[in-house]
Write a protein that binds this ligand. Structure first.
Ligand SMILES: C[S@@+](CC[C@H](N)C(=O)[O-])C[C@H]1O[C@@H](n2cnc3c(N)ncnc32)[C@H](O)[C@@H]1O
Length: 162
């Protein structure tokens, strides 16, 4: 999955309720993911964020910037690869987010014209909730396996991978 234009299966977003803002959406999209969208033309990171945010960010090196912003905003759900030992996970998820849900099975993302890929994501995927209401939305979604992200135990040691 080499470019950024991989869309979330709409049934995943639907299972989580309605969102006020998707700060990283395609310019031309087959469906809405939120009431308001920013695209690369607006640069979603340079804009003010409001309300309940849905964020499936550009993957790769850019993703951490979006996760930092989600953590700071504190209200919404992000979709990221379930690479739980990475620096991004330690910085923005474990002990910071309220909950993580590991999707059951690998999803098939959609092309920007709406077609569903006939291959899966190629990596495990999880959803990360910021804010208690969003944690509850994950728990109630039935999309996979739910973990509460509590603060790290004192003196926790870990080895980070990039
Ligand atoms: C992985 S796709 C997810 C699309 C959509 N949010 C969804 O969940 O289906 C990431 C999207 O971010 C957009 N994008 C990339 N850089 C951006 C930026 N600086 N500001 C806003 N959107 C951006 C890409 O064009 C792409 O549509």
């Amino acid at each position: 999955m080499k470019n950024d234009e991989w869309l979330t299966p709409p049934e995943i977003v639907r299972a989580l309720g309605t969102f006020d803002l998707d700060p990283c959406a395609p310019i031309v999209r087959p469906w809405d993911t939120a009431a308001n969208h920013y695209t690369i033309e607006d640069d979603g990171l340079a804009q003010a964020w409001h309300g309940r945010v849905w964020c499936n960010p550009p993957f790769g090196r850019e993703a951490v910037k979006w996760l930092r912003r989600m953590a700071e905003h504190g209200n919404g759900i992000a979709l990221i690869p379930a690479r739980t030992e990475t620096a991004m996970f330690y910085e923005c998820v474990w002990g910071i987010a309220d909950a993580v849900l590991f999707l059951k099975g690998r999803p098939h993302f959609h092309f920007v014209d709406g077609r569903r890929a006939d291959f899966n994501s190629g990596a495990p995927i999880c959803l990360v909730a910021y804010g208690e209401d969003n944690a509850e939305a994950l728990r109630a979604s039935g999309l996979g396996f739910y973990v509460v992200s509590s603060a790290a135990a004192p003196a926790t040691q870990h080895t980070e991978t990039k």
